[in-house]
Design a protein around this ligand. Structure first.
Ligand SMILES: Cc1cc2nc3c(=O)[nH]c(=O)nc-3n(C[C@H](O)[C@H](O)[C@H](O)COP(=O)(O)OP(=O)(O)OC[C@H]3O[C@@H](n4cnc5c(N)ncnc54)[C@H](O)[C@@H]3O)c2cc1C
Length: 440
């Protein structure tokens, strides 16, 4: 059995929940063993406090600050943790309401006090927050919702959680009777509010922003464009495989939209490139950035770099399998281009998985870069329409080694499926490095 070293996030979550629980014990130490707390009242308090802890960490995870990335293993991984923490916050909030209602029933207290919002009920704001959270929580799983609307909905959910915690902490409950617990809740609230404000209001102005101008927009195949950008003042330094948020001030109605894209250029070059699949309204508008003449300069704001999906954060792994599916090849394009100059020899097996031969848009570019690469790279263009689905077993059979790490990039379904297959083959989880090209 292999022992996986706990991540920083594991410690962060454990310590946060431990402090919350110990302070709750401190607040109740006089009645800890009495039936005033058990079996329902105490647990209902505790899950509500855990919910506040989950919310704080969920908001902190997506704060889009490179300084915070080390806690969560990169912003891309932080978003995955945010999903789980948000769900945990919602479930514990519902558990709080259910357990409190059972407590009311068993003590002959009208359940309307925990479930029905009325003017005379001082729990009314809590009840409304809960119903609103449940409704918005369901909506958040609606796949048909436009991405920008979905983002706004999430911001509202975060705000509701924070408002609910503020209100709950003003009630004459467990936090009121024990100053250390009250202070802790205030700290959690301050972190949550700051994270929310930074993410929603301050990031555009104070985030790591670089202004670039558009040099060219090149259509690659039927639905992919390469956008080449040149710094106007300051050049952004980045590691290959990381990603940025792009915002285009001149896009009508989309001036505030921030879209994540992996960089597909090498950091050694002055110009920066993103390679974008045209899936919706923002990406379909990208060709209009094409400079009609030399006076027609279009500007783009680039925020970043973010993410942990770079081999240079995993220096001990000298044998790596890189698999990019479809547009998931973009971070590997950057890594391969960087291989021309990095003097950091590794043994690499690169798979570019596409549906049909004509989808292998970057095949020639990859081959050209590999010829000049420092590392020894075996490259396979995998065409699933003729070769079937690429499997982990197939890849491992190709390389005939067991001391390797794998980097996977593509859709959520592709990454999850491949990661599960490598895991089933016995590869330790810390050797499976993933990036999903979607945040929802
Ligand atoms: C870390 C990261 C790196 C990425 N790198 C690249 C890249 O190198 N090249 C590339 O083409 N794409 C990349 N993407 C995806 C890219 O951000 C979206 O395709 C783009 O923002 C779509 O915008 P749109 O307005 O054109 O589409 P929309 O109209 O917003 O959406 C069209 C469809 O795409 C889905 N979608 C839209 N935006 C996103 C998003 N940000 N995350 C998940 N699903 C979304 C929607 O649910 C909808 O189904 C990356 C995403 C992430 C999270």
């Amino acid at each position: 059995m292999t022992f996986t070293k706990p991540s920083r996030f594991f410690w962060l979550l454990s310590v946060t929940l431990l402090i919350t629980t110990l302070l709750w014990v401190g607040a109740n130490h006089e009645v800890l063993l009495s039936n005033r707390l058990w079996p329902w009242r105490g647990p209902s308090q505790l899950v509500a406090l855990w919910s506040a802890s989950f919310v704080t960490l969920a908001l902190l995870a997506i704060v889009r600050s490179s300084a915070m990335e080390f806690l969560f293993g990169g912003l891309d991984q932080a978003v995955l943790l945010h999903r789980k923490l948000g769900l945990a916050a919602l479930i514990t909030q519902v558990a709080h309401a259910v357990v409190l209602t059972i407590h009311f029933i068993t003590h002959g207290i009208p359940i309307a006090l925990s479930l029905k919002p009325t003017l005379s009920n001082d729990r009314t704001p809590d009840i409304i927050f809960l119903y609103a959270l449940i409704a918005l929580g369901f909506l958040a799983y609606d796949r048909r919702m436009q991405y920008e609307r979905w983002i706004k909905l999430h911001r509202l959910i975060g705000l509701l959680f924070v408002a609910g915690t503020i209100h709950a902490s003003t009630l004459n409950g467990v936090t009121h009777h024990f100053e250390p617990l009250r202070t802790w809740i205030v700290i959690l609230l301050l972190i949550s509010i700051s994270a929310w404000l930074y993410q929603v209001l301050l990031f555009r102005k104070f985030g790591p922003r670089y202004q670039y101008r558009v040099v060219s927009v090149t259509q690659r195949g039927k639905d992919i464009v390469d956008v080449l950008l040149r710094p106007t003042v300051k050049r952004m330094m980045y590691l290959p495989g990381t990603f940025v948020f792009i915002s285009v001030p001149s896009f009508n109605g989309k001036t505030r939209e921030l879209h994540p894209f992996s960089l597909s250029s090498t950091p050694t070059e002055r110009d920066l490139r993103v390679s974008c699949k045209q899936v919706g309204d923002f990406t379909q508008q990208l060709p209009t950035l094409h400079p009609a003449n030399s006076d027609d300069i279009k500007f783009v704001d680039v925020y970043g770099p973010f993410g942990n999906f770079t081999p240079h954060r995993f220096a001990p792994y000298r044998r790596m399998i890189w698999i990019g599916a479809g547009i998931g090849i973009t971070p590997f394009l950057s890594m391969i281009a960087f291989e021309r100059s990095n003097r950091d020899f590794r043994r690499v097996w690169l798979y570019y998985s596409v549906r049909a031969p004509e989808d292998g848009i970057y095949d020639a570019e990859i081959k050209e870069n590999i010829e000049r690469a420092d590392s020894l790279i075996d490259y396979t263009l995998w065409v699933s329409s003729t070769q079937g689905r690429l499997s982990a077993a197939q890849v491992v059979a190709d390389i005939e080694l067991d001391d390797y790490a794998v980097m996977l990039c593509g859709t959520k379904a592709f990454v999850a499926g491949m990661a599960a297959e490598f895991s089933a083959l016995g590869l330790a989880s810390e050797r499976i490095i993933t990036e999903e090209l979607q945040f929802r």
